[in-house]
Structures are given as structure tokens and as C-alpha cells.
Design a protein around this ligand. Structure first.
Ligand code: FES
Length: 100
């Protein structure tokens, strides 16, 4: 297993019911959380996957971010998750986030 090196994945699951404003949850982001956990585990990557309620990039969702300060993924689909996890794994294994 590879540790998280201080990284974590944040998935926006905000859902705006009764609104025409787009939201990540409204575009199915909740389904991505469980799949992300599975894909990380399959790679032996111990990376926390956390949910949040809005990055402020709602029209570009579903949105996922490697935190702190890592890659920001927009328009994520379930089909795109293996590539996302591969990219994230390369960053995580390379070392901890840069501190300010
Ligand atoms: S609803 Fe996901 S970024 Fe705003």
C-alpha cells in the first residue's frame, strides 16, 4: 500500500434541487465517490476521498480536486475515473504537497 503523503481527493456532491443552476450532485457526482474509493484501493493507494459542497465551478462539474493545491478535474465521468486515478496516483507517490 502507498500512503497518501498528505494528499486527499475532494469530490463536490452539491445538489441543487428545484434550480436551473447546474450542480455536481445533479450531474451524478455521488456515484463517483464510491468508484474512486474502489479504484484507489485497487491501486493500493491509501488516499482519503472526501465530499464537499461546492468549489464554485458549478457549470464545469462534476468537479474533483486533489488537495491541497493539486490538479483540478472538471466534467468528470465514471468512464474517466481510471485515468484520473492514474494521474492522481503519480502525484501522490511522487511526494507530499508543497508547503507555502
Ligand atoms: S456544485 Fe460542484 S462546484 Fe458548485
Amino acid at each position: 500500500m502507498n500512503g497518501s503523503n498528505g494528499w486527499r481527493l475532494l469530490v463536490c456532491i452539491n445538489r441543487r434541487l428545484g434550480s436551473d443552476t447546474p450542480s455536481c450532485g445533479g450531474r451524478g457526482s455521488e456515484r463517483l465517490v464510491e468508484r474512486l474509493v474502489e479504484l484507489c484501493a485497487a491501486r493500493g493507494l491509501e488516499l482519503p476521498v472526501e465530499t464537499i459542497l461546492c468549489f464554485g465551478s458549478c457549470s464545469r462539474g462534476p468537479n474533483i480536486r486533489l488537495a491541497p493545491g493539486g490538479a483540478f478535474f472538471h466534467g468528470v465521468t465514471e468512464a474517466g475515473l481510471p485515468e484520473l486515478v492514474a494521474q492522481v496516483a503519480a502525484t501522490v507517490v511522487a511526494g507530499p504537497p508543497e508547503s507555502d
